[in-house]
Unconditional design. Sequence first.
Length: 152
Amino acid sequence: MLVYAKETLADTAPEAGPLLHAHWEEIALNKDFIKLNPDWNRYEELERLGVLQVFTARHEGRLVGYFVMLVVPHLHYMDHLFAHNDIIYIDPDHRKGFAAMKLIKFAEEELKKMGVSVMMVNIKRHKPFDALLARMGYNHVENIYAKRLRAE
C-alpha cells in the first residue's frame, strides 16, 4: 500500500537520486547533450520562500514517487495562486492501480488548503498520461514546442 504525504526537500532529496535518474532515463530528450544536474541550491531557496511544494508516495517507508509543484501568484492574475508542476514520477513497479491519480489528488487537496486557485500539470508528449488527467477533470490548455539551439 502506498502512503502519500507532503514532505520537505530535506526529507526526500537524500533518497531521490535513483528515482530522479530513472525518471531522466525514461523521459529526457537530448540526453547526449543535456545531462541530469539538479540545482539543489535553487530548490532549497524556492522551498524557503514557500514556492516549492513536495508531495510523495512511499511504499513501506521507501520513496517510490514524487510530485513537485511551484506555487506562485500568476503574473497575469495576481489575485490567484497557480500551482505548476516541476516534476512527477512514480516508479514503474508501483504504477499499477491508481497510484498516480492518488498522488495527484493528494496534492490537489493540500494545495487547496494553501489557497491555490488553479493547478497546472505539464506532461511529455512522448510519455503522456493525458487520459488520466482528462478523467480527473483537467483541461488540455496549451502545447509547448522545444527546439535544440546548441549542438554541444
